[in-house]
Write a protein of this length. Sequence first.
Length: 106
Amino acid sequence: MQDRRKFERVTIPESARIFVLDQRGNRLGPLRILGRGGMSFESVREIPNGTHMGFQLSDETEDIRREISAVVRYQSPEGIGVEFEKLDADTAVEIGVWIGRYYAEK
């Protein structure tokens, strides 16, 4: 079985102003880590592990909003980690752009 943890992860700086929203557009918190297979974000809201739900990624500096379907995998003091379940083509491309942009800032 392939180790999915080998996927590149990029730390998203606070200055990026990319936020995770729920399906209704309510802000859950800032995006902190982004990878090909998932993301983690800060939030005061608790979401039980195993929860399948829709999120939106909102890039306030570029006025971009993308929907994703994900499952919550863990919660820690640093945030909530989710695994992507379903991405449309535009969202996958945008995630790749964000990874490339902030990978260059490593």
